[in-house]
Design a protein around this ligand. Structure first.
Ligand SMILES: Cc1ncc(COP(=O)(O)O)c(C=O)c1O
Length: 393
């Protein structure tokens, strides 16, 4: 039978990236004790009040078809939130609800990029971005993010990467996997390049509330960039509720109007009981996010203190992960991660996120301090063994 070309473009995406994680899960299922530091799933429960609102909504019959755009009460809360943040007027017509940031990314990219186009993405990048871009028929145009800049995107590197085919910059701050969190000035400089080349900015802000220090900044909040920016986010991280699949896109009204039929055709609305829980969650500051922010910042410090030379930690500005550079051991991230798995610790090879992180490991901070400390000791011991081995080789 024949299949559409999208299935070819997407085939095999991701499988190699997750090989260490998959093998770790297999070994754990077989009874081995593995410290799993691969994925970034919040390690706290959602607030009871959020669940109660949802249960109440379920019992109250909020199980009928929902609005294709966003439940009106939820759209109002999201609009108010972004109006407060940006100091601009943001209306319900600027908002579309989606089942998670991921779906919002996918749908937004469908509306902005076509076959033959290019989408600029910092390298390293979050593991699904390549698929999000490829699904549209466009290609990823990598913008190198450098360890020397703590993986903050530089406007000059963006400028150098732009081609006439580029339509969109897919930006992520705080960034997965590096934790780089862009400042207002950095965003203004990046935005200037986007204005010059008439590029859209899709801004993945799923880790907004996990900004460790300093202020979170977004191109959405910059009046000079508002007409070309779509912000996407969710309650997956901020409210420790990834399974609820509740996210949104906020952008210019024409963008939302054009995206609406795509979203409706795909989703036919989002669940009202989840909209109620989300509206409740977004109505006030998230205590869950604050707890996680403090815990992940502390744990990043703990890893940085525990990791010894020749391993080099890169302290993140935000998010749920810390990178550790293993280059000085003579192995790359992939080689080190496989060896480390034999020591009972599962981490993501940096190369799973792109060439720019090939010599790094990405370590999730969503496990208790003791497990992290133990994992660091095993990493240090492995590095001590690997260095002389590599010298002999
Ligand atoms: C950068 C980034 N974007 C998007 C997502 C997906 O978020 P959601 O659960 O809201 O779809 C993740 C999840 O880890 C992520 O790290």
């Amino acid at each position: 039978m024949r299949y559409a070309s999208i299935t070819d473009r997407m085939a095999g995406l991701g499988s190699g990236k997750w090989a260490v994680h998959v093998e770790a899960r297999r070994r754990a299922a077989a009874g081995n004790r593995i410290i799993e530091l691969t994925i970034g799933e919040p390690d706290v429960a959602p607030e009871p009040a959020l669940l109660e609102v949802m249960m109440h909504a379920l019992r109250a019959g909020r199980t009928r078809y929902g609005s294709g755009r966003a439940d009106p009460a939820l759209a109002a809360v999201i609009a108010e939130r972004y109006a407060r943040r940006s100091g601009r007027s943001v209306a319900a017509a600027n908002v579309l609800a989606f089942p998670g940031t991921q779906a919002a990314l996918y749908a937004s990219m469908t509306a902005l990029a076509d076959h033959g186009d290019e989408v600029l993405v910092g390298d390293p990048m979050y593991a699904t971005y390549e698929g999000v871009v490829r699904a549209t028929g466009a290609r990823v145009r990598p913008v190198p993010l450098r360890a020397a800049d703590r993986f903050h995107m530089r406007a000059e590197d963006l400028e150098a990467a732009v081609t006439p085919q580029c339509r969109v910059l897919l930006l992520n701050s705080p960034h997965n996997p590096t934790g780089a969190t862009l400042t207002r000035d950095e965003i203004a400089a990046i935005g200037e390049v986007c204005r010059r080349h008439d590029l859209w900015i899709v801004s993945d802000e799923v880790y907004e509330e996990l900004t460790f220090d300093g202020a979170f900044a977004s191109p959405f909040d910059d009046p000079a960039l508002a007409e070309r920016t779509v912000a996407v986010s969710s309650i997956s991280k901020s409210h420790a509720a990834p399974g609820l699949r509740s996210g949104w896109a906020v952008g210019p009204q024409e963008f939302c109007q054009r995206l609406l039929p795509i979203s409706e055709t795909m989703l036919f609305g989002t669940p009202p009981f989840i909209a109620d829980a989300t509206a409740h969650a977004l109505g006030a500051a998230s205590a869950t996010a604050e707890r996680m922010r403090l815990a992940y910042r502390r744990r990043a410090g703990l890893v940085a203190e525990s990791i010894a030379s020749p391993l080099v930690p890169l302290i993140p500005d935000g998010g749920m992960f810390i990178l550790v550079d293993v280059a000085a051991t003579g192995l790359d991230g992939e080689g080190f991660a496989w060896r480390l798995l034999d020591e009972g610790v599962a981490v993501m090879p940096g190369g799973s996120f792109g060439e720019g992180a090939r010599t790094f490991l990405r370590i999730s901070l969503t496990v208790p301090d003791e497990a992290l400390a133990e994992a660091c000791s095993r990493m240090n011991r492995l590095a001590e063994r690997v260095v002389p081995e590599r010298r002999r080789a």
